[in-house]
Structure formats: structure tokens, C-alpha cells
Write a protein that binds this ligand. Sequence first.
Ligand code: BTN
Length: 254
Amino acid sequence: MNYDIYRFGKIDSTNSYLLKLGEKGFPEGTVAVADEQTSGRGRFGRKWQAEPLSSLLFSILLRPAFLPRDEVFILTFSAAVAVADAIENVTRIQSELKWPNDILFRGKKLCGILLESNFEGDKLNYVVLGVGLNVNQTVFPEEITASAVSLSMIAGRSFDREEVLSSILFRFNENYQSLKSKDFYSIMKRWRDRSFMFGKRIKFNVAGREFEGTLDEVTDDGAISIATSSGVLKFTAGEITISEISGPGTGGMK
Ligand code: BTN
């Protein structure tokens, strides 16, 4: 995939921008990156806030015609692995992956991924994969200060956002090429190796209902299975909160 990068000082949302370019037929590999977003979006309709110039805010337009509808999930796992590998490569920080697509450090959010897909009937038309990575923030707005962290807060120094971006794009492209040969197992294995949640007590929210149990496994189809008092439940979508953390997490510096 050849990347064609569009850079913005300020934009509403890099995801919204690329959804429009997707509609206009722009090729896969089109990337939008911004210093600031005025309407950054997160999952579940939440806002994604980032102080100007502090974060890596970008999206990639993809046209993965080789993926059937029920396999689109693998793109988020591929992106999460690419981001975690790039973080480690550039900063030596070992982050942790939280199902389905968050990157944490000692339980605090470092990066979020938002995948938005466009279908024509059952045929996947295009996908926009958006990444918000906290790089150089030294403080966060009060409402997220307890739950967010940046690379610079962890390492005690700032990082070049461009260097992090090119490392992520390079790794994501490698993962994307291996998906074309349907090598989902190696992506999921690398994802599981970086996940810290197995065996932890979690609360799981799906469509407004809450379940509690122990995280059992994340299977190669991207689904999560939770051992509850009424048996093992398997889900493909939802949101987890960790209700009991038995240690400080695995994150550290290498
Ligand atoms: C989440 O954790 O809820 C996902 C957050 C995704 C944020 C990124 S920032 C770049 C791209 N543009 C957006 O509007 N959202 C994504």
C-alpha cells in the first residue's frame, strides 16, 4: 500500500474527512493527520479530546475488498498491534492491549482506535481507521486525568510525533499485507501476547446490559469469552471495565 498523506493544522475530524474522501473514490492508503481536531470522535459517540499539537491524530482510508463483512474486526486488532509495536520501537515503552481496541499503560488510556466501515449491501466498500495517541501531553482535562496517560508522562521526555507516525504506518502496512493471505492467527497471537486482561475480573457492557465474570479468552475471530456464574458467554462487541486489578499491570520500559 502506498501512503498519500494529507496534513492539517486544524480539522473537524480526520475520520470524518476520510469518510468523505472514501465516498469520492480516493484510493486506499490516503492518510489524514492533524495537529488539532474540533470534533474528534471516539467510540460509542464519545468526544475525543486532545490539546493542539500534543497528540498523534490520524486516519487511514482502506479498501480491503479481500475481507468479508464478518472479518472487518481484524483491522482494529492489526492496528492496535502496529501501534503497540511502534510505541515500543520508538520509546521503549511496553503498552498493554485492552479488548477490542484500546492501548493502555498501567490501566490508563494511551491510545484509542475508531474503525468506521462503509458497505454496499454485504460488500465492503471502504473503511476508515482512526488513531488517537497521547504523545506529548503533560496534563489532561480534569474529567480524564485519572484515566489517561501520554508517552511523555511515562518516559519523562517528549517524542517526535512524525517519527511515531511513520513507525505506525510502516508496521500497519506489514500487518495489512499479511491479512491479505488470511494470516489472522499471527495478528491475534501478537495481540494476545500484549494483552494483560486474561484471568482478570471484568464487567462487560453490551447493548445496555452488564455481565460480570473472568476474562477467559479472545479467539481468532476477535470475540471475547467471559466465564460467568451462569456459564461461558461469548461476545463480539461491547465494552469492558476492569473491576479488579490484581497487580500494577504489565506495562513498563524495556
Ligand atoms: C476511542 O477510544 O473511543 C477511539 C478514539 C479515536 C480517536 C481518533 S483521533 C483521529 C481520528 N479522528 C477522529 O475523530 N477519531 C479518531
